[in-house]
Design a protein around this ligand. Structure first.
Ligand code: UT7
Length: 333
């Protein structure tokens, strides 16, 4: 599903992120399960990840990230018209985590709801809100990717527990003023024939959680890593190429590629296939691991605040996750 720039242009007016204080290193994980810093670093690029405190929920992290994005955008919470949170780890099955965040921010005039598209959720939220703003339904939107993956991680499974972390990232979207940036092109896709490759089997109507299956870790993430890896490289490359082409860009026109932060080998393969030099590809997974929907949102904020791209330059974001789902966006900043 794709779109090109429509009449009312939409820009990203501010970004923010939040990471919990607690750092969990590879060395600490090597005490919990049969792994090593050498294996995790060489196979994934991850050195450490953040773990939310016990009473720290997804909505708390989302609220911190949102406040920073609003501050940068110079927007008051009561002026926000739409809040979309992308998460697979909501505070509660219902109501949506976005409702808690609306209350915490004091964004009392905003419509608020969640979407579930795993690691692709933040760019799904970007496309949805871009369209709703350009159609005139809303003047602005606060989109947030936030996850407490530590709550759905099987800490006995070395094939997954070394990969994930907690955190949140946010962006404020609004109508562009003349001379401001613009979301140039977006792409998203889904392949529901591959749900079995990456999922949380329990906790829904198909397999409600009981004491017995909780002991079997059915409420935690399972993944067929090698298969997911292959699809991730192919789908992200295709999605990025589509938005680059629709935006009328060449690889040399892109100041910064911000990919999903799951595995450094996936990121390197995509940079190579897109012919974008590694120094123009933003990486922070060494510090945070894979934070699902939050990953590209946190990376966008860190890339922006660190000066990885400037006003008027082009960036490309591209993501991939459970579903399988994928998405990309080309943005002139
Ligand atoms: O965010 C959603 C998208 N997710 C992704 O994109 C993740 C994609 N997949 C991956 O990143 C990689 O497949 C992994 C990092 C998950 C795994 O890397 P891999 O190179 O595909 O390793 P593998 O699963 O083929 O395992 C290789 C070996 C196995 O041992 P044997 O069978 O060769 O003896 C595993 O048992 O490494 C073993 N292994 C480990 N060893 C030490 C698996 N996990 C670990 C571990 N520490 N943590």
């Amino acid at each position: 599903m794709s779109e090109v720039t429509s009449a009312i242009e939409v820009c990203i007016a501010g970004t923010g992120s939040y990471l919990p204080e607690r750092i969990l290193t590879n060395a600490e994980l090597a005490i919990l399960v049969d792994t090593s810093d050498e294996w995790i670093t060489s196979r994934t690029g991850i050195k450490e990840r953040r773990i939310a405190a016990e009473g720290e929920f997804t909505s708390h992290m989302a609220t911190h990230a949102a406040r920073r994005a609003l501050e940068q955008a110079g927007m008051a919470a009561e002026d926000v018209e739409l809040i979309i949170i992308a998460t697979i780890t909501p505070d509660t099955p219902t109501p949506a985590t976005a409702c808690y965040v609306q209350q915490a921010l004091g964004a009392k005039n905003a419509v608020a709801f969640d979407i579930s598209a795993a690691c692709s959720g933040f760019l799904y939220a970007m496309k949805i809100s871009k369209r709703l703003i350009s159609d005139g339904a809303f003047k602005n939107a606060l989109i947030i990717g936030a996850e407490k993956l530590s709550s759905v991680t099987n800490w006995d499974d070395r094939t997954t527990c070394v990969l994930f972390g907690d955190g949140a990232g946010a962006a404020v979207l609004r109508r562009s003023e003349p001379g401001e940036g613009s979301i140039l092109a977006t792409e998203m896709g889904t392949d529901g024939s591959l749900t079995h490759l990456l999922n949380i089997p329990g906790g829904g109507t198909a397999c409600p959680i009981t004491e017995a299956n909780a002991n079997d870790h059915l409420h935690t993430l399972t993944m067929m890593g090698k298969e997911v890896f292959k699809h991730a490289v192919n789908r992200m490359k295709e999605a990025a190429e589509k938005v680059i082409s629709r935006a009328g860009l060449q690889p040399e026109d892109i100041a910064c590629v911000i990919p999903h932060q799951a595995n450094l080998r996936i990121i390197d393969a995509i940079a190579d296939r897109l012919a974008v030099p590694n120094e123009r590809v933003f990486v922070n997974l060494d510090k945070y691991g894979n934070t699902s929907a939050a990953a590209v949102a946190i990376a966008l904020d860190e890339a922006h605040r660190s000066g990885a791209f400037k006003r008027g330059e082009n960036i490309v974001m591209v993501v991939f996750g459970a579903g399988l789902t994928w998405a990309a966006a080309a943005v002139r900043w």
